[in-house]
Design a protein around this ligand. Structure first.
Ligand code: ADP
Ligand code: MG
Length: 215
C-alpha cells in the first residue's frame, strides 16, 4: 500500500506525540551523561516539524517537499546537536524519494535508510561510539535485510524496532566517542545514550503507524 504525503503527515504527528510523552525521561537520561536538554530538543523539534508539515495541503505537496519543510522547521527550532542531525536525516529522506508523488513500501524503506545514513554522514559517528547511530544504523540494516528476505514494510519496521532497541541497550556498556558524553570517559559506562533512546521512540512510532495501517 502506498504512503502518500497525508500518511507522512500522520507519521510526523504520531512521532511528535510519542516524543512529547517521553520528554522528561529523555531529559533525565541526558542529565546523567549530557546537559539534560535532549527531551526538550526532541519535543521542540518534532512539534515544530509536525506543525510545519501539517500546515501543508496533502494533495499538493510532494514527499520530498514535505521532508525539506520538516528539516527546516526542525533545524530552526533546535539549538542542540540533535537539530542538524535530524534536519540532515529529513533532507536525505527527501532526496532519496525525489520525484515520487507517493511512496511505495520500497521507497519508504529507502527513505528510512537514508535518514540513518544522513545522521551518520552529518555526525561522523560509527557504531560503538555511544550515539543515536547505535540505534539508527542497526535499525536501517535490519529493515533492509528483512525486506530482502520478503517481509512487508510493517514487518521490516518491526525488525528495525528490535534492532534499535538492542542497539540502544548496547550503548549502556560503551564509552562515548562523540558528543558531550565523550568528556566523561569511563563515567559514561552504565548509562544508555539519550539520542539512542529517542531513536527507539521515533522508530517505534513509525512501526506502530504502519502496523495499524496494514491491520
Ligand atoms: P546536545 O548534546 O547538543 O545537548 P542533544 O542533547 O539534543 O544535543 O542530543 C544528544 C545526543 O546527540 C546524544 O545522546 C547522541 O545520541 C547524539 N549525538 C551527539 N553527537 C553526535 C554525533 N556526532 N553523531 C551522532 N549522534 C550524536
Ligand atoms: Mg543535550
Amino acid at each position: 500500500m502506498a504512503i502518500a504525503s497525508g500518511e507522512l503527515q500522520q507519521i510526523f504527528l504520531l512521532i511528535a506525540d510519542e516524543t512529547a510523552k517521553n520528554r522528561d525521561r529523555l531529559c533525565e537520561l541526558d542529565g546523567v551523561i549530557g546537559d539534560g536538554d535532549h527531551g526538550l530538543a526532541m519535543d521542540t523539534g518534532w512539534q515544530a516539524a509536525s506543525k510545519a508539515v501539517l500546515q501543508l495541503d496533502e494533495n499538493d505537496v510532494s514527499p520530498t517537499a514535505l521532508f525539506n519543510i520538516a528539516a527546516k522547521a526542525f533545524l530552526n527550532a533546535v539549538g542542540a546537536s540533535s537539530g542538524p542531525l535530524y534536519a540532515t536525516a529529513f533532507m536525505r529522506a527527501g532526496t532519496a524519494v525525489k520525484d515520487k508523488h507517493v511512496l511505495s513500501d520500497d521507497d519508504f524503506l529507502i527513505a528510512f535508510s537514508a535518514m540513518a545514513q544522513g545522521i551518520q554522514d552529518r555526525g561522523k559517528a560509527e557504531i560503538g561510539e555511544k550515539t543515536m547511530i547505535d540505534a539508527w544504523k542497526p535499525a536501517a540494516d535490519a529493515a533492509t535485510e528483512a525486506r530482502r528476505t520478503g517481509a512487508n514494510v510493517s514487518a521490516c519496521l518491526e525488525a528495525a524496532v528490535r534492532a534499535a532497541h538492542d542497539g540502544c541497550e548496547a550503548t549502556r556498556g560503551m564509552v562515548a566517542a562523540k558528543g558531550r558524553a565523550s568528556r566523561l570517559g569511563d563515567r559514561a559506562i552504565g548509562h544508555i545514550d539519550p539520542g539512542a533512546a529517542s531513536a527507539v521512540i521515533i522508530i517505534e512510532a513509525m512501526s506502530a503507524f504502519l502496523a495499524q495501517r496494514d491491520g
